[in-house]
Each structure stands twice: as structure tokens, then as C-alpha cells.
Design a protein around this ligand. Structure first.
Ligand code: ARG
Length: 477
């Protein structure tokens, strides 16, 4: 069957000649087939490692000079060439070329063009295997720092809103059914806790990844008298990785990053889902700002929460990135295998998805407005203070809780039969179920009284939430 060209096939790179690869082609008579180049090249995505590659090469070069493995003169030429390349990349003038396969060889080839033979000495006592492992660790470390900033900003926006709404009553739900009233501030602070644990997970992973693979060379170490502590130090790592095989072949740091991202994605997705509910006209608890609402091209009345929906969807993408990379790595014998080139795209995609989601969520939270009246009306619906009534029976009539639960259930049924709220039952009606009830009970039936009474540690009482906001500021910001 001949391959039919379709509009969705990507443009192929033109392999003009079949000349052997200048980096590793010594033993070859002919260059790679066009399709080989196509499947082998990673430059289209690993160009994102350019800065880390230059930084790593600089540290390696400094060490080679310090250990007199290369001359000062060659070292100086390499450093000035790298500087020039760094500038070309920053200015968008660098030509990334498929025939040089990946970012490492693109930079080395350019270095050779710029400084000639000395360029060939940079790869002494190094392999692309320890080079890419180093670059990627540096990249993920920077990504963690960006995510940390994003999570921090989101927590700050949530705490700001929570402070405005320590008294705002809303329905607390279980099974999406009215359960007990809570305050909106309390609800938002629940997410502050989740994102706080997410930050902790990223920080844990960062501490574990901060060891340097450079100097592990291809897999076995090197016969040159290198100083791995020096390169590790220069690159901000705590120490060199202990085992050369492990150094070039494990990608657990990438998986840990994606696992943490997936968990943050779960939290973002739940919040996003609640926002979608809250801003629907049926709930009408919140209004998203114009900046975070979209219109419909056919229905003029619509204000759609597209950002929240996309955040909800992007979390699924992050889970895919994680499970894809888990599957890629699980069967690989030590040490390096080219499969591992496929480690980058899921990590880049997971990072991009999470980073953008955090920024959009922060914007939505910071600019939304609350419809306190609608929240309060809904908070009282569904006999949400029935538990307060049962607690009253326990406290004032010394009734066992199970019996109080039963009596309250009968009162709820009576209210339902009359088509009203619990608080609308007359005293006589209440006494027809339990003769010892007095009018004092009315006090516990309001939603404000209900939330104010939830003063146990971690509870929703406005006094608690005010304190919790201060505590959250101290712990997280
Ligand atoms: N582009 C490669 C990667 O990302 C670099 C390492 C190549 N090493 C090798 N032995 N072919 O994995």
C-alpha cells in the first residue's frame, strides 16, 4: 500500500543528502534514511532544554579546565562560543536543525562552526546520557519553582476571598444534597489546605531530584580525573548522584513531578467543577468577572465559565501525561535506552497544562463576586438545620442522639407534608411530635446560628474562619 499524503501528515524534513552524521557517523558509510531522521530527531521539543544544556556545558567545561583535562585556552574558546550561542537562542536567531537530532548536538555543531576544533573537546568525559539527564533535572527543578509560584498566588487569592466571606453562609453539601450550612470562607480555605499539601509534594520531589548525574558519562563513569562535586556545586545540586547507572537511567524525578502535578490537577478540577455549578443560573452563587466569562455565538444571554471547564479538562490531560510516562519507563533494562527520549513531551505538556490552569484559576478566584443572598437562601433550603434541631433535643431534653435523630426526622416529614421549612412549623405542630419542645428551639433553626455554633477545631464558625485566615496567611504566604 502506498502512503497517501493527507492534509494532516506533518511536513517532513528534507534529508538532502544521506551523508553520515557528523557527530557519531564515523563508522557509517551512509546517513540515516529520511524516516529514520524523522523518528530519531527530538529537536522539535527538546529545544526547550537549550538554556539548561548551555548551563550544564559551562559547568562541565569549567571543571575540565580546573582538572587540566583540557587547556585554559580551549576552555576559554568553548565558553565564549557558548555565550554567543546563548545570545543567538535568546534573540531567536539560532537555527535548530533536524539533521543534528537533538538540542545537545545542535549546540555542539554550532559551537564547532563558531570556534573550530576546540569544540570537540567539550564532550571529553561526558556522554549525551549524563548530559540529557542533567539538563532535564535542571529543567524540572525550574519548572517546580514556577509551579510553586503559581500555587502560592492561587492560595493568596483564595485567602483574600475567604477573608471577605468569613460570615457568608452557603449550603454545605454531601452527595450534592443540602447537609449543613457552612461559610464560604471556610469552603475556600479547604482548597488552601489542598494546595498547601500540593506545594509540599513538589518541594519533596525537588529535594530528592537535586542530585547531579553529570560525570556518570555513558553509564559506567569515566577514566578521566573529573571532579563531580565541583560540577554538582556549580549547577546548584546538593551532591553528585551516587551510582552512574542510576544517574543516566532513572526518570523517577520526572514521574514524581507529574504525580504531584496530577494531584494538583485533581484539586484544581474539583474547584473548577464547583465554579461551574456555582455560576450556573440554577445556583447563582457567584458571578465570574467579564474577564473570565465567555459568550455564546447564538444565545445572547449566556455567560459561560470556559476557563473553569478547560481547567477541569486539562487535569485529565495531566493524568495522561503521567500514565504515559509510567508505561514508557516500566520495562526498560538498565541503563539508557532511546525510549527515554520520549520522557520530555509529557513533562512539558504536564507543566504547561498545570501552569496555565493555576494562572487561570487564580484570575477567576481573584475577580469573582459572591451573591450572598442566593447562597443564604439555598443554605436554609432542604432542612439544612435539622442536625441543629437534633443536637438541641440532646442538649436540652437529654435525649439519646439516635432518638433525637428519629424525632427530628418526624418533624422534617411533617414540614415536608405542609410544604414549608422546619422553622415554619408552629410550636403546637412541633409538640404534636415531641411535647417537651419549647419555643427556645427556634434559635437553633437559623442558618447563622447553625454556623456560629460550629466552633470545634477546624469547624465552620465565622470566629474560627477569621482565625483560620490569619493562620493560613502565616503558614502559606
Ligand atoms: N536526545 C537524547 C534523549 O533525549 C539524548 C541522549 C541520547 N543518547 C544516546 N545514547 N543516543 O534521550
Amino acid at each position: 500500500m502506498s502512503a497517501k499524503k493527507t492534509s494532516h501528515s506533518k511536513p517532513k524534513s528534507k534529508a538532502k543528502s544521506f551523508r553520515p552524521n557528523t557527530m557519531w557517523g564515523g563508522r557509517f558509510k551512509a546517513g540515516p534514511a529520511m524516516i529514520m531522521e524523522e523518528i530519531n530527531a527530538s529537536i522539535d521539543f527538546d529545544r526547550r532544554l537549550a538554556q539548561e544544556d548551555i548551563t550544564g556545558s559551562r559547568a562541565h567545561c569549567n571543571m575540565l579546565v580546573a582538572k587540566k583535562i583540557i587547556s585554559k585556552k580551549d576552555g576559554a574558546a568553548i565558553l565564549s562560543g557558548l555565550k554567543k550561542i546563548e545570545r543567538e537562542i535568546a534573540e531567536g536567531k539560532f537555527k535548530f536543525r533536524r539533521e543534528f537530532e537533538d538540542i545537545h548536538m545542535n549546540i555542539e555543531a554550532r559551537l564547532a562552526k563558531l570556534i573550530g576544533e576546540a569544540a570537540g573537546r567539550l564532550h571529553t568525559a561526558r556522554s549525551r546520557n549524563d548530559q540529557v539527564a542533567t539538563d532535564f533535572r535542571l529543567w524540572v527543578r525550574g519548572a517546580i519553582d514556577d509551579i510553586e509560584d503559581g500555587l502560592y498566588a492561587l492560595q493568596a487569592a483564595l485567602i483574600d476571598q475567604a477573608e471577605r466571606h468569613t460570615q457568608t453562609v452557603m449550603p454545605g453539601l454531601t452527595h450534592l444534597q443540602s447537609a449543613q450550612p457552612v461559610t464560604f470562607g471556610h469552603h475556600l480555605l479547604a482548597y488552601v489546605e489542598m494546595f498547601g499539601r500540593d506545594r509540599g509534594r513538589f518541594a519533596d520531589g525537588r529535594a530528592r531530584l537535586n542530585e547531579c548525574p553529570l560525570g556518570a558519562a555513558a553509564l559506567a563513569g569515566t577514566s578521566f580525573p573529573i571532579d563531580r562535586k565541583k560540577t554538582a556545586r556549580e549547577l546548584g545540586f546538593d551532591q553528585p548522584m551516587t551510582n552512574s547507572l542510576d544517574a543516566v537511567s532513572d526518570r523517577d524525578f520526572a514521574l514524581e513531578f507529574l504525580s504531584s502535578a496530577a494531584l494538583a490537577g485533581v484539586h484544581l478540577s474539583r474547584l473548577a467543577d464547583e465554579i461551574v455549578l456555582w455560576c450556573s443560573p440554577q445556583f447563582a452563587f457567584i458571578t465570574l468577572s467579564d474577564g473570565f466569562s465567555t459568550g455564546s455565538s447564538i444565545m445572547p444571554q449566556k455567560r459561560n465559565p470556559d476557563a473553569a471547564e478547560l481547567i477541569r479538562a486539562k487535569s485529565g490531560r495531566i493524568f495522561g501525561d503521567l500514565s504515559g510516562l509510567l508505561a514508557t519507563l516500566k520495562g526498560l533494562p538498565l541503563a539508557y535506552a532511546k525510549d527515554m527520549q520520549e520522557d520530555k513531551e509529557p513533562v512539558f505538556d504536564g507543566f504547561d497544562s498545570l501552569n496555565l490552569s493555576l494562572a487561570a484559576m487564580t484570575g477567576m478566584i481573584a475577580t469573582l463576586t459572591v451573591n450572598a443572598a442566593a447562597m443564604k437562601a439555598a443554605a436554609g433550603a432542604g432542612h439544612a438545620t435539622a442536625t441543629d434541631l437534633a443536637d438541641w433535643l440532646v442538649r436540652h431534653l437529654d435525649m439519646p442522639f439516635r432518638q433525637a435523630h428519629h424525632v427530628t426526622g418526624a418533624l422534617v416529614a411533617l414540614a415536608d407534608k405542609k410544604g414549608g421549612a422546619l422553622s415554619e412549623l408552629s410550636l403546637a405542630e412541633m409538640r404534636s411530635v415531641e411535647p417537651r419542645i419549647t419555643n427556645v428551639v427556634r434559635r437553633v433553626l437559623s442558618v447563622e446560628k447553625s454556623v456560629a455554633s460550629r466552633k470545634s477545631f477546624g469547624g465552620t464558625a465565622p470566629a474560627n474562619v477569621e482565625r483560620a485566615c490569619l493562620e493560613a496567611r502565616r503558614r502559606f504566604l
